[in-house]
Design a protein. Sequence first.
Length: 133
Amino acid sequence: MITVLNVDGHKLTPCLLHRAWREVDRARAVWIDEQTIRLLYNPFLFRDCRKAALKRDQYTCLWCGRPATTVDHIVPSSKGGSDLPRNLLASCMECNTKRGNRAAFSYLIGKVFSVPNLIKLCYRIMKAKYSAS
Ligand SMILES: [Zn+2]
């Protein structure tokens, strides 16, 4: 098990190695030593923001219109995107995985004719990009 430290250095519930790597890969945590990672975000705040974003988007994936269970960062965390609701889109697991770390606009170009609400999605992306941190 890997020890997980919060932003402020407090210990959280330990996690498995592959989860620790995933957090580090997503630029959401850094290794302190072989057994310890420190998170670069507040998981409790993120949980609330995630809930707020899903509720705002009526639990519907903005990319495809199917039920959403995850949130997609418009500006990826690895590029400094925040965990605030304005940077999050409700997304189904499939769209979230497919997009990966691609920029929201370039991903959107391939889907222009299939997204359920293009105007809304464009507006969200613009807002997140230009009001960003
Ligand atoms: Zn989807």
